[in-house]
Every structure is written in C-alpha cells, then in structure tokens.
Design a protein around this ligand. Sequence first.
Ligand code: ACO
Length: 401
Amino acid sequence: MSDHTTRTLRDDEQRAASSLFRSTLHAAPPSDEEWERTRFAFQPDRTLGVFDRELIGTARSFDSTVVVPGGAAVPLAAVTGVGVRPDRTRRGVLRELMRAQFEDLSARGTVAALLYATEGPIYGRFGYGVGTRGLSYTVDRRRAVFRPEAPRGGEVELLDVDAAMARLPEIYSGLAASRPATMARPSYWWAGLGNRLRKADVPPVTVLHHGAGGVDGIAQYAVDRDSGADSATMRVDMLDTASDAAFAGLWRYLLGVDLVDRVKAWMRPLDEPTELLFTDPRVCRSTGVEDEAWLRLVDVPAALAARVRACGRLVIEVDDPVLPSNSGRYLITPDEVIRTGEPAQLRMGVDALAMIYLGTWRPSVLAGTGRVGVLDPEAPAIADRLFGIGADRAAWCGTFF
Ligand SMILES: CC(=O)SCCNC(=O)CCNC(=O)[C@H](O)C(C)(C)COP(=O)(O)OP(=O)(O)OC[C@H]1O[C@@H](n2cnc3c(N)ncnc32)[C@H](O)[C@@H]1OP(=O)(O)O
C-alpha cells in the first residue's frame, strides 16, 4: 500500500465517499435532493478515504453507546459505509481502512465497534465476531388467533413520516434498554432512517403504542401488494417495546391491518415470544437465523471491566494481531480485570471473545468447536458461569445501519 494515501475526508468529500460506497453495493449515487438529507448521516471527521490517483476506498463510523451485560453503556463506534472500488479490490485497501479506523477509534477512547456485514467472511480477520444473532419469521395473518390470556395492549397512534422523524428520537431514547447490545440512536442514525423513509415509493407507517405511563412501544411497517397474485406481505422494519403489553398490543395492531396475508419480521431477538401469543404456534414460522451485528472489542480491558462478571476466577489469553495492545493474559474476577503473568486457562482470538462478550455464545460451545483453546479442563464451565450473568435475555442490537 506504499503508493496510496489514507486520510480523513473533508466534509466536501463526503458525497464522493457516499457515491463510491453505494456503487460497491450496485446502488445509484445520491441525488441532490437525497444528499441534502443524507449528509446529516455523516459525522464530521469520521469518514476515511484511500486514494491512489483518486478515491478508491472508504469507511466511516459514528459515535453511539451500546449496552453490555449488567446494563452499563460503553462508548461505541457504529461502522458503516465500507466499500472498495471494484477495480481495486483484493490488494489490501480494506485492510488499510481497518487499520486506520482502529487507530482513530483507539485514540478517541472507543471501547467497542459494531457493524452489519454484507458478507460473512469479511470482518473476522479484523477481530470482529458475531456479537448478536437475529431470527426472521413470518406470521400467517389469516390464521393467527390470539390466545385469550395474551395482553390486550393499549391505544395505538399512527404517524406520518414528518411526525415520525420529529417524535421518534426522543421516544426511542425513553424506552428502557432491556437487552445487551441495545444501541443508542444518535442524530446521524436518524438522518439515515429519514432518508430511507422519504425516498420509499410508499412511505412506511409508524405506530406508537400508548401504555399506562405514556408511549412504550414503536412499530414501523410497509406493505408490499402483489396485485397479480392477489397477495400482500407486511414487512416489519422496526419493533421496539418497553413492556409486554406494548409488544402484544403492537402485534394485535399489525395483524389487524386489512388486505395483508402475512407479516414478515426480520432479524428479531432469538428469544422473541411472538408464537406464544397465538392459539396455534405454527402460524408463526421461523424462516432463518443469521448473524445480526458484528462486535469488535477495541479496548479489551475496558470492555471486560464494563461487563458484569459472576463469581469465579479465570485467566484468559487474548490474541489480537490487529490491535496488539489488547493481546495478553487477563485475570477476571467479579471485582477486577487485570493483566497477569499467571498461566492461561483459556486461549482465544479477540473475535471469539467478541462472540462470548454479549452472551450470544457460551465459551464452552466455542471451545467445543475449537474457537477457544482449552488449557485447563475446568475452565469452560467457569467461563460459562462468569460470562453467563447479565445475559438472561438474548443480546440484540435492532438498529440497522
Ligand atoms: C459495515 C459495512 O459497510 S459492510 C459493507 C462491505 N462492503 C461491501 O460488501 C461492498 C462490496 N465489497 C467491497 O467493497 C470489497 O470487496 C470489500 C470492502 C468487502 C473488501 O475490500 P478489499 O480491498 O478487496 O479487501 P482487502 O484486499 O483489504 O482484503 C483483506 C483480506 O480480506 C479478504 N476479503 C476481502 N473481501 C472479502 C470477501 N468479500 N470475501 C472473502 N474474503 C474477502 C481478502 O481476500 C484479504 O484476505 P488476506 O488478508 O488473507 O489476503
């Protein structure tokens, strides 16, 4: 990469980065009108560019926070907009972007980075691991009958796009984060959503659920009608709830919308109990489980310290070739996380640690597949207990970017 320059882009270069990224996804560049909206999705000084004669690769991020097991929120970089021009791929441009981005994030005190990956093989080599997984399912609306004991829910209120964009940021930040991996949604994220809503041919509908204490749930959906096949599918793009009544109430609303045959929910929490609402659980068919958000622990000691740890004492050895300052042995107890010279009981790459960190994978499961090396046969069970606490609900990000 000696014939290349890597640097942070100026504000007047962001549009070129956006166009380049979109071209790598085979999408059109932003129109003038669209750019007027999407430019607010770009946090200043956070877009990197690699140049030879011209811009050939880009990656950006914006600041947020993420909830870790135990409830603490740690500084997070939401990484997105990663693309390399197709005539310059496979010669180390992404590797250079990742190096520069980690250097920048480390200097800023970022504890973790999250991203949604277009393809599975890309990011593991840079220390990202599958931090959360998502369940997709379809509800057969015409056969769905609610069980009598399912919560009734409260009133719902429909919002158009203008009202949604004005009210949702404050409402979302008021919904108590109940799961590991819940991410704060800064203005940069809302700007991206606003653009998607405004450029849709038929704008998605936003629904608020009102509980006893005020708004306690949000849903957003769009309906795709195939008039030829006389069939319609509702796609649920957002469903964030802070109470059981809001969850059931919003599902009652969604399934009450006429001229819909099925409701598709994509990348939902693995333990979402939708099928339990119905007399016949099979009206809710799982259509797949896949990686949701990929997690990178940028500052391993800070991340381990921020997470709740159950009783037990464990020494792990972490290998991080990309950010070598994270490599080393850590003694982990409920009270402290310290570097140690003691022999390691488990050995793992920083990507495997990310898979364990939010509770998505148990250490013993990773050990069984060879992703974690076992040096002390007692250690997988100790690690399961230590990292199991605070992960009683499935980790889920739910904030696509
Ligand atoms: C968070 C997001 O924004 S996700 C969006 C990611 N972007 C896209 O999917 C857009 C289309 N793809 C691209 O733009 C590019 O192919 C990128 C960004 C995925 C990869 O960029 P490149 O510059 O080709 O990657 P680079 O040459 O640095 O590769 C580094 C390593 O990753 C491997 N690699 C890179 N991309 C892929 C891939 N898609 N599948 C498998 N391996 C890959 C390379 O083979 C290389 O391996 P090595 O270190 O063993 O030699």
